[in-house]
Design a protein around this ligand. Structure first.
Ligand SMILES: NC(=O)c1ccc[n+]([C@@H]2O[C@H](COP(=O)([O-])OP(=O)(O)OC[C@H]3O[C@@H](n4cnc5c(N)ncnc54)[C@H](O)[C@@H]3O)[C@@H](O)[C@H]2O)c1
Length: 257
C-alpha cells in the first residue's frame, strides 16, 4: 500500500524540513521526484541523498513567486515526463501583528505563500487536464483556522491557501483532479530553528521547550510524520478524498482547553 511506483511528483521547497522529508519518502515509495527550489544547492544535496538511497530525483532552480520561472520549469519537465502529483510545500514565516507588519513584509509573504501556490497551480493544472487527472496537496498550517499570536501576514497567507484548496477541489472534480491540504502545528524543521534564532537569540532552548508544550501531546511533530500523511493523501489509496484539510497537530486545535 501507499506505493508511488510510476508516479512523478513535483515538490516545491523540497530541499529542507517538511519538503525534504516528503521528497525522500515519495522517492522511497517509488516516485520520481522533481524538487522546485529557491536554494538549488541544497536541493541538489537532497537529490544526491535520494539517489544514494536508490531513488530518482532532480533539482530545479525555481522561485515560486515568479510566474515566468515556474511556467518555464514546469513546462520543461512536462515536455520530458508527464507528472501526476504537485505538492505545494514551499512557504516562508513572518512574525508581526497587523500594525507591526510593514508593507514590504506583507507583500513578500503574499508573493511567496499565496502567489507562489497560485503560480504552481496555474502552470500544473493544464497538464493535469490534458492527462485526465492529477493530485494536488497544499501545505497549510493551523494558523489558517485558529488565532496564533503575532502571525498576521503568515496566517492570512495560509488562510488563502486553505480556501484555494476548496476552490481547486471543486473546480476540477469532474476532471479527475483531487486537491487536499495538510495543517500542521509546529514541526521541528530549520523553519522553526531559524525563527527562534532570529526572534529569541540566547533563549532558543527555553523557547523551543515552550513551543513544544503548546502542542498538548508535549512535543513538535517530526517532518517524517507530516510526510507520512502527505504520502497517504497523494497515493491511490486516498482516491476518495478531495477538498479536505487534515490537521496534524498533536491535539493543538481540539485539546488545548
Ligand atoms: N515547520 C512548521 O512548524 C510548520 C508548521 C505549519 C506549516 N508549515 C509549512 O510547511 C511548509 C514547509 O515548512 P518547513 O518548516 O519545512 O520550512 P523550511 O524553511 O525548512 O523549508 C522551506 C523550503 O522552501 C524553500 N523556499 C522558500 N521560498 C521559496 C520560493 N520562493 N521558491 C521556492 N522555494 C522556496 C526554502 O528554500 C526551503 O528549502 C511551509 O509552507 C510552512 O509554512 C510549517
Amino acid at each position: 500500500m501507499f506505493r508511488l511506483d510510476h508516479k512523478v511528483a513535483l515538490v516545491t521547497g523540497g530541499a529542507s524540513g517538511i519538503g525534504l522529508a516528503i521528497s525522500r519518502m515519495f522517492a522511497r515509495q517509488g516516485a520520481y521526484v522533481h524538487i522546485l527550489e529557491l536554494n538549488v544547492e541544497q536541493a541538489q544535496r537532497a537529490v544526491d541523498e535520494i539517489r544514494a538511497e536508490g531513488g530518482q530525483a532532480e533539482a530545479h532552480a525555481v522561485d515560486i513567486a515568479q510566474q515566468a520561472v515556474v511556467l518555464g520549469a514546469i513546462n520543461e519537465i512536462a515536455a520530458r515526463q508527464p507528472f501526476h502529483i504537485l505538492v505545494n510545500n514551499a512557504g516562508i514565516a513572518h512574525v508581526g501583528k497587523a500594525h507591526t507588519t510593514p508593507e514590504a513584509d506583507f507583500d513578500r509573504i503574499v508573493n511567496v505563500n499565496i502567489k507562489g501556490v497560485y503560480n504552481c497551480l496555474y502552470a500544473t493544472i493544464p497538464h493535469f487536464l490534458a492527462a485526465g487527472g492529477g493530485v494536488i496537496l497544499n501545505m497549510v498550517s493551523i494558523a489558517a483556522t485558529v488565532g496564533i499570536p503575532d502571525r498576521f501576514a503568515y496566517s492570512t497567507s495560509k488562510g488563502a491557501v486553505y480556501t484555494m484548496t476548496l476552490s481547486v477541489a471543486k473546480d476540477y472534480l469532474a476532471e479527475g483532479i483531487r486537491c487536499n491540504s495538510i495543517s500542521p502545528a509546529r514541526v521541528h524543521t530549520p523553519f522553526v530553528d531559524g525563527f527562534l534564532a532570529k526572534n529569541y537569540p540566547g533563549q532558543e532552548k527555553e523557547m523551543f521547550e515552550k513551543l513544544s508544550k503548546t502542542q498538548p501531546i508535549g512535543r513538535m511533530a517530526k517532518p517524517d510524520e507530516i510526510a507520512g500523511l502527505a504520502l497517504y493523501l497523494c497515493s491511490d489509496e486516498a482516491a476518495f478524498i478531495t477538498g479536505c484539510d487534515y490537521l496534524i497537530d498533536g491535539g493543538f486545535e481540539k485539546l488545548n482547553n
